[in-house]
Design a protein around this ligand. Structure first.
Ligand code: HPA
Length: 264
C-alpha cells in the first residue's frame, strides 16, 4: 500500500464533516453536476496529503462535499485513468478513500462510445454488466461480469421513469486507451456482446465490490465508437455531447441519488 489512506480520509472527513453517505465519481465533461450540491465544501486533490493529480482535459481534480436534497454526498470531479500511467491502486484510490469515509453506495459515471447504432450519442446507459477488454493480464477472451447491484439498478430505473429521462441498460467494455479503439476492435467488442466502450469505471466497480460497497455505473454515450458510423471521433465531440446532455444527466443522477438516499 503506497498511500496513507487513513490520513487522506482524516483530512477530507475533518474538513467536510462527511461520513456514511453516497459517493459519485463524475466522468469526462460531467463535472458540472456538482453545481447541484448544497452547502458545498470544495477540497482540491492537491490539498490532500499525498493525493495524486489527474491530467486529462475535462477533469479538474477536486472533491465537492455537501448534500443533494437531504442526502450526504461526496463527488469526485476528476479521476485517475489507467492510460495516464497510474497503477490500479491509484486508479481505485477514490474508492478506497470513500470506503474509509464509511460510504455505503457509489455511483460511477463516465463518457463512453456506443457500439450499437440504436444507442445514439446523448443516450444515458446504466451499466448492467461489464467486460475487461484491456488484455493487461492475459489474452483470453473477455467475459461479461453482471453481478451489478440490482437494488441500485432499480434506483436508477425508478429515477428514469420519475424524471422522464430515458435510460438504456448495457454492457460496458473497458479498453486500455489512450487512443480510441480501431473499428476492428469495436467490431470484436460488439461480437462479444458489448454495448458501450470506454477507458475507466471497471476497476472502480471491481474495487467497490471487493470492499463490500454497492456500486452502479452510468454512462453518457457521447459518440459512436470507431467504425460504427462513417465519421472520425474526437475528444472534442466527447466533451461537446457530455455538455449537451448535462441537464438529462443531472436530472437522472439527482433522482437516483434521492432513491439511494432512501436506502441509507
Ligand atoms: N472509446 C473509448 N473511450 C471513450 C469513447 C470511445 O469511443 N468515448 C468516450 N470515451
Amino acid at each position: 500500500m503506497k498511500y496513507l489512506i487513513l490520513d487522506m480520509a482524516d483530512y477530507v472527513g475533518s474538513r467536510s464533516g462527511f461520513m456514511h453517505g453516497v459517493a459519485i465519481i463524475l466522468g469526462s465533461g460531467l463535472g458540472d453536476f456538482t453545481e447541484q450540491i448544497q452547502t458545498p465544501v470544495v477540497i482540491p486533490y492537491h490539498a490532500i496529503p499525498n493525493y495524486p493529480q489527474p491530467t486529462v482535459e475535462g477533469h479538474s481534480g477536486e472533491f465537492v462535499i455537501g448534500n443533494y436534497k437531504s442526502v450526504p454526498l461526496i463527488a469526485a470531479k476528476g479521476r485517475f485513468h489507467y492510460y495516464e500511467g497510474h497503477d490500479i491502486e491509484t486508479v481505485t484510490l477514490p474508492i478506497q478513500l470513500f470506503h474509509k469515509l464509511g460510504v455505503k453506495y457509489i455511483i460511477i459515471t463516465n463518457a463512453a462510445g456506443s457500439v450499437r447504432k440504436n444507442m445514439p450519442p446523448g443516450t444515458l446507459m446504466a451499466i448492467s454488466g461489464y467486460m475487461d477488454c484491456t488484455f493487461r493480464e492475459n489474452l483470453s477472451i473477455p467475459q461479461i461480469v453482471d453481478d451489478i447491484s440490482s437494488k441500485l439498478l432499480g434506483c436508477a430505473e425508478e429515477a428514469s421513469n420519475r424524471v422522464n429521462v430515458k435510460l438504456e441498460n448495457g454492457i460496458y467494455c473497458w479498453t486500455q486507451g489512450p487512443a480510441y479503439e480501431t473499428p476492428a476492435e469495436v467490431e470484436f467488442i460488439r461480437n462479444l456482446g458489448g454495448d458501450a466502450v470506454g477507458m475507466s469505471t471497471v476497476p472502480e466497480l471491481q474495487a467497490a465490490e471487493q470492499l463490500g460497497i454497492e456500486a452502479i455505473g452510468i454512462s453518457t454515450i457521447t459518440n459512436y465508437a470507431a467504425g460504427i458510423i462513417d465519421q472520425p471521433l474526437t475528444h472534442g465531440e466527447v466533451i461537446e455531447t457530455a455538455n449537451r446532455t448535462k441537464d438529462d444527466f443531472a436530472d437522472l443522477i439527482g433522482a437516483t441519488i434521492e432513491n439511494i438516499g432512501e436506502l441509507l
